[in-house]
Design a protein around this ligand. Structure first.
Ligand SMILES: NC(=O)c1ccc[n+]([C@@H]2O[C@H](COP(=O)([O-])OP(=O)(O)OC[C@H]3O[C@@H](n4cnc5c(N)ncnc54)[C@H](O)[C@@H]3O)[C@@H](O)[C@H]2O)c1
Length: 326
């Protein structure tokens, strides 16, 4: 098998490339480098610079590299930006996916793994979110992921493509400091940014119906997430016509306050958080039921939240050496 990894120069994509190649799979990265970094692509893995909106470039990449499977991570992913620029998000994420799927069908590719998100669930009112929990995304980003899943499944059924939509919960950590997330859109880097500026980390609302009043989320180490792609990809390669939708989480809730306490401990900063008003659209609790992926693929997360924060901090200090506390 040769796997085309779209978005393979991105934070998660680079980890997927690493896991796939370490597992002995052939990988080719396809990325427009809009948020990706070419240096994240390991030596020996070809990097094709192109957009998922460019059908001719996709056709060429699939033919020239003999691509037999695709892992599609390339997308725009900022929720707030998607509210401000819905047309751009639908264009990049939906039209990009549609164009890619056309090239996949024409090119005779047999397997397709799609990066989806827990954002498809919106504000679920359940203790553990199963894949059958009704989906009700709250923003254009989440909508493009849900509609993307529908398109992937429909094309799979009609054209005999084995497909998997992987719904990532809150991704954190790094397999190596140079692969760390360079964006500041998730809680871990946001807290790092505040602490290293000497400011208190922010908690948005501490009056939720949760044990300590702050929002509860399910965090997953990016290395575990990447390994889940390897097992999903291999399963599809052996199971023509397969159609999977799977949560990727740990099934364990961690509150915002617990996360900030842990980050304060690991970084050595120890700055007490400040409590600000709730943000609109933040659900109280979103924690995955992780049984289906374990039953279908035998996959289970291995890293805990401490590993995530420690490895993310090593990546942060690499970019901001002045942040380190000796
Ligand atoms: N980071 C998270 O917590 C999270 C959670 C759920 C789902 N996801 C999904 O995982 C995927 C990867 O996210 P990430 O965190 O690595 O983000 P990222 O921005 O680091 O990676 C996205 C990559 O895709 C490339 N790209 C974007 N648009 C493209 C296009 N039209 N054509 C070709 N390449 C394009 C970028 O250059 C970048 O390398 C996305 O689909 C995202 O929606 C991420």
């Amino acid at each position: 098998m040769t796997w085309l990894i779209t978005g393979g120069a991105g934070y998660i994509g680079a980890h997927v490339v690493r896991s796939m190649t370490e597992a002995g799979e052939q990988a080719v990265v396809y990325d427009d480098l809009s948020t990706g970094i070419a240096a994240r692509v390991p030596e020996g893995v070809p990097l094709v610079e192109g957009s998922t909106l460019d059908r001719a470039a996709l056709d060429r990449a699939i033919a020239e590299h003999g691509v037999t499977g695709v892992v599609h991570l390339a997308a725009k992913k900022q929720v707030g930006e998607s509210v401000e620029q819905p047309l751009r998000y639908y264009h990049e994420n939906m039209e990009g996916l549609r164009t890619l799927l056309e090239a996949v069908v024409e090119g005779g590719v047999g397997s397709f793994v799609f990066s989806s998100s827990a954002a498809v669930y919106g504000m679920p009112d359940v203790d553990l979110v199963t894949e059958d929990t009704p989906c009700a995304p709250m923003n254009p980003y989440g909508e493009t992921k849900l509609a993307g899943e529908w398109l992937v499944r429909a094309v799979g059924h009609t054209h005999g493509l084995a497909t998997a939509s992987l719904r990532y919960f809150n991704v954190a950590g790094a397999a190596a400091p140079e692969l760390a997330d360079t964006g500041v859109f998730n809680i871990v880097p946001m807290v790092f940014e505040r602490l290293t500026a000497g400011e208190p980390p922010r908690i948005f609302g501490d009056d939720y119906a949760t044990p300590d009043g702050t929002c509860v989320r399910d965090y997953i180490h990016v290395s575990d997430l990447a390994d889940a792609h390897v097992v999903a990809a291999r399963k599809l390669a052996q199971s023509p016509g397969k159609d999977l939708t799977l949560n990727i989480g740990r099934g364990e809730g961690v509150s915002v306050r617990e996360m900030i306490d842990l980050i304060n401990e690991i970084t050595g900063y120890g700055i007490a958080p400040q409590v600000d008003p709730r943000r609109p659209g933040d659900p109280a609790r979103v924690v995955a039921a992780a049984d289906r992926i374990s039953a279908e693929l035998g996959w289970k997360a291995r890293h805990d939240v401490r590993d995530m924060v420690t490895s993310a901090w090593a990546g942060w200090v690499r970019l901001h050496p002045e942040a380190a506390r000796s």
